[in-house]
Design a protein around this ligand. Structure first.
Ligand code: NI
Length: 164
């Protein structure tokens, strides 16, 4: 699947809940895992492949493939940590982002089973980044606004050059 890039509208929309976990949704999840691995990513949200759905996939440092459908972060730690993030939709940009160290997330998995997961460290980081995508939020929204403006300008310029 093609990963959409910064500047495309769908990345800024609030995604819609998945109404039913059909074979089509399961096929989408499979394609998203394949795309994520092919692009060397650790997480991928449906809006990044042009689907306006509340669903993302993660394969963090424990190597476990996890799909989160209609997720909700139900708890976050007071403790915050800074960590360098990147995004397949904003290639070659890496910036430090501060987020809670630990989270609890609830979601449905691809079999429709309700899962509750306590995550910390890198996994918690990836889940929070992907979760943001479902609300149209990108990691550059959480950095210094001047830096964000520079990055956005760069990508808008690239998009304009492509069109020209
Ligand atoms: Ni991302």
């Amino acid at each position: 699947m093609k990963v959409v890039r910064l500047g495309e509208e769908i990345l800024r929309q609030k995604a819609e809940p998945v109404a039913e976990i059909t074979d089509e949704i399961r096929a989408l999840i499979r394609d998203m895992f394949d795309t994520m691995v092919a692009e060397d990513g650790v997480g991928l949200a449906a809006p990044q492949v042009g689907k306006n759905l509340r669903l993302f996939v993660v394969k963090a440092d424990d190597g476990i493939e996890r799909a989160f459908i209609n997720p909700q972060i139900i708890a976050t730690s007071q403790e915050l940590v800074s960590y360098e993030e990147g995004c397949l939709s904003i290639p070659k940009i890496y910036e430090e982002v501060v987020r809670p160290e630990k989270i609890t997330v609830q979601a449905l998995n691809e079999r429709g089973r309700r899962i509750t997961l306590d995550a910390d460290g890198f996994l918690a980081r990836v889940i929070q980044h992907e979760y943001d995508h479902l609300d149209g939020v990108l990691f550059i929204d959480r950095i210094d606004p001047a830096k964000k403006a520079k990055i956005e300008q760069k990508f808008l310029k690239k998009a304009a050059e492509k069109e020209a």
